[in-house]
Design a protein around this ligand. Structure first.
Ligand code: 1CP
Length: 358
């Protein structure tokens, strides 16, 4: 343990398959959780959220705990993912942001100039409502079920800030990156403490693992990722690393970036559904040595029926095993290769989990 290491006062887990796999140990069963398992597809979610805005619900401790626990009760997944959103730390810092139904996060005022960046609020402390919610969640989870906390990575957050909302091509973001690199770097540097403080707050409250979502990093070339993004994601993962809990790093469409992203320092690399796990592992191991893989069922396969679903799950497990046998990976956490799609039938998710466990 280095002098910098600050082990958090976390609960002790007992053979939690996800944590064992993340630490390179052999789990008691193939661990599985699904990105976006909370919310969306569950009727019990739609019921409790009725009349409450998405972002308001993220600041209501009992409600966020209930929504986090719903998929764990229903599907027998090995982890809960905190019900929150990547823009919650921005809202907590005082940024004017709403989540518009059917669209996503929308900013009151986009961040485009040097002055906008200097005026962007920074989250200085913790987020008490989220911490209270985490306390309620941990009271209900068993000691083999992990709670995963998360944050958006600075590039993905910056994209929402610069574009002012969801974007297909991220053109304003890339224009700032290349046209005004000083302002770009200032924005990235200003986002780091907000993200770190949000994760520290979740860690203080007792989460068992963290995932850094760089959802839109796949829109970048490897060259731009390395110059404009990697230093900041590295800094965040380094800060979190002091607390000695497993760190997962994920982005969509990042097949070409897996090597570069692996340098940021996570134990686990989330793999998008487009890249076979054994290929992904080769790319990661060539740059950073073997890591644990997470992924990577195409979320659309949850609509395909039992036989094709089983075939795909078996293929993915076999590719993970190939990577482990070749020394290119040290473990596998099953997941989707991106989030649960909105119209997914809840019973089909439960069935997939049981196939993965069997
Ligand atoms: O009212 C609603 O139900 C809105 C849908 C919704 C939900 C359920 C949004 C709006 N956010 C969330 C919760 C959420 N967001 C979770 C909950 C936990 C779980 O996974 O079950 C998580 C982890 C996120 C993280 C998130 N938000 C990401 C990264 C993960 C990913 O899917 O790539 C991103 C990019 C967002 C932004 C966002 N929030 C909501 C939407 C529709 C979007 C995407 C908009 C876009 O296309 O840009």
């Amino acid at each position: 343990m280095s002098a910098l290491t600050i082990p958090a006062a976390r609960r002790t887990l007992n053979n939690a398959p996800i944590i064992d796999a993340a630490n390179g140990k052999t789990p008691t069963r193939t661990p599985v959780w699904f990105m976006r398992q909370a919310g969306r597809s569950l009727p019990e979610y739609k019921k409790v959220r009725e009349g409450i805005s998405m972002l308001d619900s993220c600041f209501m401790p009992e409600l966020l705990a209930e929504i986090t626990l719903q998929p764990v009760r229903r599907h027998d997944v090995d982890a809960a993912i905190l019900f929150s959103d990547i823009v919650v730390p921005l809202r907590a810092a005082g940024v004017g942001v709403e989540i518009v139904a059917g669209r996503g996060p929308v900013l009151d005022a986009p961040v485009r100039s040097r002055e906008d960046v200097l005026n962007l609020p920074v989250l200085e402390g913790n987020v008490p409502e989220v911490e209270q919610g985490i306390g309620i969640i941990l009271d209900e989870l068993s000691d083999s079920q992990a709670l995963i906390g998360f944050a958006g990575a600075p590039f993905t957050l910056a994209s929402y800030l610069v574009e002012g909302g969801p974007s297909k091509n991220h053109e304003k973001t890339k224009a700032m990156m290349h046209g005004d690199p000083e302002t770009w770097h200032a924005l990235m540097a200003r986002l780091v403490p907000t993200i770190v403080n949000s994760l520290k707050s979740q860690i203080d409250a007792g989460i068992d693992a963290v995932q850094l979502f760089d959802s839109w990093a796949g829109f970048l070339t490897e060259r731009d990722y390395t110059e404009f993004v990697l230093p900041y994601s590295t800094e965040i993962l380094e800060e979190v690393g002091k607390y000695q809990l497993p760190r997962i790093h994920f982005g969509v469409g990042t097949g070409e970036l897996l090597g570069a992203m692996s340098k940021a320092g996570s134990e686990v690399m989330g793999v998008d559904w487009r890249v076979p796990l054994d290929k992904a592992a080769e790319r990661i191991a060539a740059v950073s040595g073997p890591k644990v893989l997470q992924g990577n069922l195409d979320p659309a396969l949850l609509f395909a029926g039992r036989a094709p679903l089983t075939k795909e799950i078996e293929r993915i497990k076999a590719e993970a095993q190939t990577a482990i046998d070749a020394g290119h990976a040290t473990g596998h956490i099953f997941n989707l290769g991106h989030g649960v799609l909105p119209n997914t039938v809840a019973e089909d998710i439960t069935e997939a989990v049981s196939i993965i466990h069997s």
